[in-house]
Ligand binder design. Structure first.
Ligand SMILES: NC(=O)c1ccc[n+]([C@@H]2O[C@H](COP(=O)([O-])OP(=O)(O)OC[C@H]3O[C@@H](n4cnc5c(N)ncnc54)[C@H](OP(=O)(O)O)[C@@H]3O)[C@@H](O)[C@H]2O)c1
Length: 394
């Protein structure tokens, strides 16, 4: 029975807090802290058990250290923004507590996804005798665990990996993002990148697409090649992979709006002077767009995220798809969030549960595929993200 400190009170946090609160035998005490304590109190008011709330600026290490020293949690779950990863890791190092996040560090002034900054903490975490688990969301997160599970049970060698993320749902808004608009638009408007035969190849943003036929009645949808952070850790930890790519669906409506916003400069992340004041256009745009949390009651339909894997088992070629389907309305009914936050928040809770129960342990900084996937896969079935496998025969 443990105490957990959760930082951030946005869409993903809403799900993490609800899910942790559902398992008091693991998460005995919950402290929820964010930049704006009112948002923490709003989440707390939806629960049927009490939690503690607090205010903290997660970019201020002394404030974080004071908060950790006051509450003495067993671990910290970071569901604030990627910009705060390193300051929160610094505070964990100073206080000697374990760390988990769902997205890799990004500098504010450059839309760059790269594990180097956090992997640079490996020796410091080892020396301190503490653990950091990186990317415990869905993608990254479950997609890493799916790949590790496939390797453990169905392949001797994995050669090709395609991670495919489909949102077949709709919120009925002219333009909105399903998670933090600033982080989402930075990710989507970045250059595409994939791994082939030991090299990274770049593509123009969203310039490569194809049709993929999704299971369970979702049917054919256009998927676009993008870069995603789990590709970097998976090709490092599973070196037999010869090709690794990440794909996502977007509606034509979303892409048309994004193109116009890009063309007029609204997605820029460099400062511009407006009325004598510096503003970042993308941050201003975020203030105008619907809050992703407000989309919860409006979103209908399903998501399907999975890994399409090719390789060999006992010298025979195997092609395999493992996936989850999540229903936006069912997620909202359970935790008052749509499926994008749900599919991220549930794995964050499970990752924390793995660490608190000692099923996953180690000193240093780890990615999800470095641990035994079986207990995590069991918990996905148990806590709301059941998965299915298809063996593809040609
Ligand atoms: N792995 C995956 O599958 C996956 C998928 C989706 C999202 N994510 C990640 O999940 C994280 C949360 O996403 P989200 O959609 O929940 O974002 P969000 O709704 O914008 O929530 C972020 C929260 O962090 C708080 N915050 C921001 N700066 C802070 C600071 N300096 N100090 C303290 N709190 C601060 C925000 O406070 P305010 O409320 O005051 O703004 C907000 O409550 C992000 O890192 C995102 O990249 C991962």
């Amino acid at each position: 029975m443990s105490k957990v400190l959760i930082i951030g009170a946005g869409g993903v946090s809403q799900v993490v807090v609800h899910k942790c609160a559902q398992i008091p035998e693991v998460f005995k005490d919950i402290v929820l802290a964010s930049r704006n304590e009112e948002k923490c109190k709003k989440i707390a008011s939806q629960l049927n058990r009490p939690i503690t709330t607090a205010q903290v600026d997660a970019e201020n290490v002394p404030q974080l250290v004071a908060l950790i020293k006051k509450h003495k949690p067993d671990m910290l779950i970071n569901v604030a923004l990627p910009y705060q990863d390193l300051t929160i890791m610094d505070a964990c190092l100073e206080t000697g507590i374990n760390y988990l996040d769902t997205a890799n560090y990004e500098p504010k002034d450059e839309a760059k996804f790269c594990y180097k900054w956090q992997w640079d903490y490996i020796d410091k975490f080892k020396e301190k005798g503490i653990m950091a688990l990186l990317g415990s969301g869905f993608d990254p997160g479950v997609t890493n665990v799916y790949t590790a599970y496939a390797l453990k049970h169905h392949f001797d060698e994995i050669h090709e990996l395609d991670i495919i993320d489909c949102n077949a749902g709709s919120h009925g808004q002219p333009f909105a993002t399903n998670f933090n608009p600033e982080i989402n638009i930075r990710e989507v408007s970045a250059r595409g990148k994939y791994y082939v035969n030991g090299e990274w190849k770049e593509t123009d943003p969203l310039s490569v697409n194809k049709i993929y036929d999704f299971p369970e009645g979702i049917g054919p949808m256009k998927i676009y090649l993008m870069y995603h952070e789990e590709l970097e850790s998976l090709v490092k930890h599973i070196p037999t992979i010869k090709r690794a790519r990440f794909w996502m669906t977007f509606s034509d409506n979303y892409l048309n709006h994004l193109k116009v916003l890009e063309n007029v400069g609204m997605t820029r992340i460099d400062p511009v002077i407006y009325n004598g004041q510096e503003i970042i256009p993308l941050q201003f745009l975020k203030a105008l767009l619907p809050d992703p949390a407000s989309l919860g009651p409006l979103t209908k339909g399903r998501t399907c995220i999975g890994c399409l894997i090719k390789g060999i088992k006992e010298r025979k070629e195997v092609e395999y798809f493992v996936y989850n389907i999540c229903d936006h309305e069912a997620a909202y009914k359970e935790v008052q969030s749509q499926a994008i936050s749900y599919t991220t928040g549930v794995p964050a809770m499970i990752g924390a549960k793995m660490m608190l129960t000692g099923k996953w342990k180690g000193n240093g900084v780890f990615n999800m595929e470095q641990f035994d996937p079986d207990p995590f896969m069991d918990d996905l079935n148990k806590y709301g993200l059941p998965w299915k496998e298809i063996f593809i025969t040609t």
